[in-house]
Ligand binder design. Structure first.
Ligand code: NDP
Length: 334
């Protein structure tokens, strides 16, 4: 059982020495539980937060434990008739070949016949679409004709937010890094305007936002934070809503960026709303059905970036922070 262990808490950017790949025996199924063979592991910006010991919505990953990850895989050995050996399941496990899943910790069996790949349960049929759906429709509540600005817009969550915004009749502005991602924003995800933030200082970014949103931005769907959020705040329309979904530019920062223009939130009578997708768990079936319908109608696409091999866990994870991932980042280990 190969396990990708957190050895020490990263300071700033994670480095390979913060982790270690170890080999241990395959765990036996606990009484009433099962042993799961993890095949696909979700790689998420949130894992960086769990590696720190700051207070959060989940306890930190204990040092010496494998890096926590949502996984899709098969039941390897079972002491529970509801989860027979060979069946597919999804659970919050870790980046390791096998996990002993205690009773009461199961999430969901997955019906792999519903998808072209079991990895879809980590992307289109997983938290990605739900985060975009509930964050936009429930928190921001877009009205037809409003201007929506999304950061990390070509990423997993961001690409879906833009597409839902368009379906709901918004004018959509996407911010991403590099010309190739900006091309995809318009051609693949239907954004009206693409802004490449790379190599731009605050004034240049603000000027591009101002010309993309001459009447101001009504909704900011924030995945990045830092200077991107600061520029957006200057360009808000009156009564704008900011959905704070993520702040990836700050996850590796030793010093937080610190917003210098919160005053503008008052001036624009805007709402700043922190959001966690798990709060909407009782409504996941409803959100999932809506995403599935849009995909079946060909109105939405959700891309995946599948990397291979547990020995590549570190390099694969770091794709999120260098922007090399194109779509939902997933590590296939089995
Ligand atoms: P993505 O697929 O969007 O990948 C992350 C992207 O962020 C990269 O591809 C890169 O794109 C961009 N990025 C990374 N570092 C920087 C930086 N310093 N400045 C600007 N952009 C940067 O990841 P996800 O879709 O999984 O997650 C997106 C956001 O959503 C994250 O902030 C995450 O924490 C948040 N999230 C929040 C949830 C919630 O419940 N609140 C649930 C799920 C996700 P580029 O090449 O364009 O720079």
């Amino acid at each position: 059982n190969r396990r990708f262990i957190l050895r020490r808490r990263p300071q700033g950017d994670p480095v390979p020495q913060d982790f270690e790949l170890v080999e241990e025996d395959i765990p036996a199924p606990p009484p009433g539980g099962f042993t799961m063979r993890n095949v696909y592991c979700s790689l998420d910006p949130a894992q960086r937060g769990w590696m720190s010991d700051e207070e959060s919505y989940m306890p930190p990953i204990p040092l010496g434990d494998a890096v926590r990850a949502t996984c899709v895989g098969t039941v390897h050995a079972s002491d529970n008739p509801d989860f027979p050996a060979g069946s597919w399941v999804m659970n919050l496990n870790a980046i390791e070949d096998y996990t002993a899943v205690e009773p009461g910790h199961f999430t969901a069996p997955v019906d792999v016949s519903l998808a072209d790949s079991p990895s879809r349960f980590l992307s289109a049929m997983g938290a990605v679409g739900l985060t975009a759906y509930f964050g936009l429709t429930e928190v921001a509540r877009p009205q037809k004709g409003e201007t929506l600005c999304v950061s990390a817009a070509a990423g997993a969550v961001g690409s879906v937010v833009g597409q839902i915004g368009r379906i709901m009749g918004c004018r959509t502005i996407g911010i991403a890094g590099g010309p190739e991602k900006c091309r995809r924003l318009v051609e693949d995800y239907g954004y009206d305007v693409a802004i490449d933030y790379r190599g731009k200082d605050h004034d240049a970014l603000r000027a591009e936002l101002a010309s993309a949103a001459p009447d101001g931005i009504d909704i900011v769907f924030e995945n990045v934070g830092g200077q991107i959020l600061e520029a957006e705040i200057f360009e808000l329309a009156k009564k704008a809503r900011i959905v704070l979904c993520g702040l990836i530019s700050e996850y590796n920062a030793v010093e937080p960026h610190g917003l210098k223009n919160l005053w503008q939130v008052i001036v624009k009578e805007a709402t700043l709303h922190g959001f966690l997708v798990m709060d909407y768990a009782p409504r996941f079936a409803e959100g999932g059905a809506q995403i599935a319908e849009w995909m079946q109608q060909g109105r939405m696409r959700i891309d995946e970036d599948v990397q291979h091999g547990i020995e590549n866990s570190y390099d694969a994870f770091m794709r999120l922070f260098s922007g090399r991932n194109t779509g939902k980042l997933i590590l296939k280990i089995g």
